[in-house]
Design a binder for this molecule. Structure first.
Ligand SMILES: [Zn+2]
Length: 483
């Protein structure tokens, strides 16, 4: 019996508990750095399973690490549990109906992400115990993936320094090893200060900070044509100077997100955006200051780990969806634009669209389609240690990320089956890392070839994450803050 054939029944044995954990976290959606109830559920599960706990990992109150096993190599399994604002939605319904208008929802499937990662870590722990194999498995419960770059801070704090390899996954529309590139990014806030004045009787005395924000926007729009076509710049006005149109706005603030192939490219583009901000300030006779808010590195591929993971997909076959799963997915697809569905196929280079609403196939590692233009803070972990990420189908093909449709499918049968499948893929790959010295060596060689042995954190040393203190009266369902 192979190691994977030994560990998969261990996943099956405890799956119900972790499916319930996923559903529970789905029901308590919490935003970045405020995942108090969600992390408390994860801490309770780690405690229950006998992991050695480290709380407040890297000084983040909603991060946790659980370790099991002794000696040997160290494999990290990464989980997340943060939600998104404005996506409250009833489960199992193919129409928009918020549970709480304006409330949050798990629009990126991180309820499943954390739960499956913890299930995988638990199965690896149980396997290590039964087989008497030396080695350690660590579950890293990572908060604030959505806009908070918690893993970047965790990498900066050195919590992955002694890890041999990291394994993670993300829920998706297709089942495949994640071999597609993700972009590096940097988020900066710009604050303009002008001079208030009556907008009519003494307009000539005023200097508008809002004008500066608009001039900056014009400048950046002209820049877009003269940057690499894969790069992206987004912005949001944080403060337009207030609702009074008859006052010259003395203050205004705007947030810019710059995405590029890697950190050096993002740094170069960000410097150009800052130059435009200074020019806008000069034109409007205002003053500007700026601050980096967060950032993350591009995701590095690791071919030896990807090949090892792909073997487990082949062994398992596609996720075992049933007709009820397909019927609900087909219903959900009717709420999408056909282009959404085509985009999922184009992303993995598939020109022929199989007639199935759920991914009843495995996309081969060699498949190359249109690149993912998103970013993930797993990127920073991948610059520190060899990292591999699985994608497993948990929702209808074509469902765009960060939508109510993802929330609606987050507790469905397909989500549960995808979660268990992901845990099996990750557990088997983690055991490969722990037991195969040649694989570890090959993964490290590949990593060194990509990084050249260096990692430059995209967040400056003096920038700290926007963490929130643990609430005094915690409404955590798993009891007060676990000690
Ligand atoms: Zn996500």
């Amino acid at each position: 019996m192979t190691n994977s054939e030994q560990v998969w029944p261990l996943v099956e044995a405890k799956k119900d508990y972790f499916i319930a954990l996923s559903d529970h976290v789905w029901g308590t959606p919490e935003l970045l750095y405020a995942e108090f109830r969600s992390v408390s559920e994860h801490i309770a599960a780690l405690d229950h399973e006998g992991f050695r706990l480290t709380r407040d990992v890297a000084g983040l109150p909603t991060a946790v690490m659980g370790e099991a096993g002794f000696g040997g190599p160290v494999v990290a399994i990464l989980g997340e549990f943060d939600a998104l604002a404005g996506l409250s939605q009833e489960a199992g319904l193919a129409e928009r109906r918020p549970i709480e208008p304006g409330g949050s929802g798990h629009g990126c499937g991180h309820n499943m992400l954390g739960s499956a990662a913890l299930l995988a870590a638990t199965a690896v722990k149980d396997w290590l115990q039964r087989s008497g194999t030396p080695g350690r498995v660590r579950y890293y419960g990572c908060p604030a993936e959505e806009g908070g770059s918690a893993k970047t801070y965790m990498v900066r704090a050195g919590v992955f320094d002694d890890v041999d390899a990291a394994v993670t996954w993300h829920p998706g529309g297709t089942t495949r090893v994640d071999t597609l590139p993700y972009l590096a990014n940097s988020t900066m806030d710009f604050h303009f200060v002008g001079r208030a004045a009556h907008a009519s009787s003494s307009a000539h005395l005023g200097r508008s900070a809002l004008d500066a924000v608009e001039l900056m926007s014009v400048g950046v729009n002209y820049m877009r044509e003269h940057m690499p076509s894969h790069a992206r710049i987004h912005y949001a006005i944080l403060d337009g100077g207030g609702p009074a149109a008859n006052v010259v706005q003395a203050r205004a603030a705007v947030r810019y997100v710059v995405r590029g192939r890697d950190n050096p490219e993002v740094a170069e583009l960000s410097a150009r955006v800052r130059k435009i901000a200074e020019a806008a300030a000069m034109m409007s006779e205002t003053e500007v200051s700026w601050k980096v808010i967060s950032g993350c590195s591009n995701l590095l591929s690791n071919e030896p780990l990807q090949k090892a993971m792909a073997r487990h997909y082949q062994h398992l076959g596609p996720v075992p969806f049933d007709d009820a799963d397909r019927a609900f997915a087909a219903e959900m697809q009717r709420t999408l634009d056909p282009k959404d569905i085509w985009t999922d196929y184009a992303r993995v280079g598939m020109k022929v669209k199989p007639n199935t609403p759920l991914c009843d196939f495995i996309v081969p590692n060699e498949a190359r389609g249109e690149p993912v233009m998103g970013s993930t803070d797993v990127g920073d972990v991948s610059w520190k240690v060899p990292t591999v990420q699985a994608r497993v189908a948990t929702h209808a093909i074509g469902t765009p990320a960060h939508t109510w449709q993802i929330v609606a499918q987050g507790k469905a049968g397909a989500a549960h089956k995808g979660l268990v499948y992901a845990a099996k893929v990750m557990a088997a790959t983690a055991i490969d890392v722990l037991t195969d010295a040649d694989l570890r060596l090959a993964a490290k060689k590949d990593h060194l070839a990509s990084t050249g042995g260096r990692y430059d954190c995209p967040i400056p040393d003096d920038i700290q994450p926007a963490v929130k203190p643990w609430p005094a009266a915690c409404s955590c369902t798993a009891g007060d803050r676990p000690k």
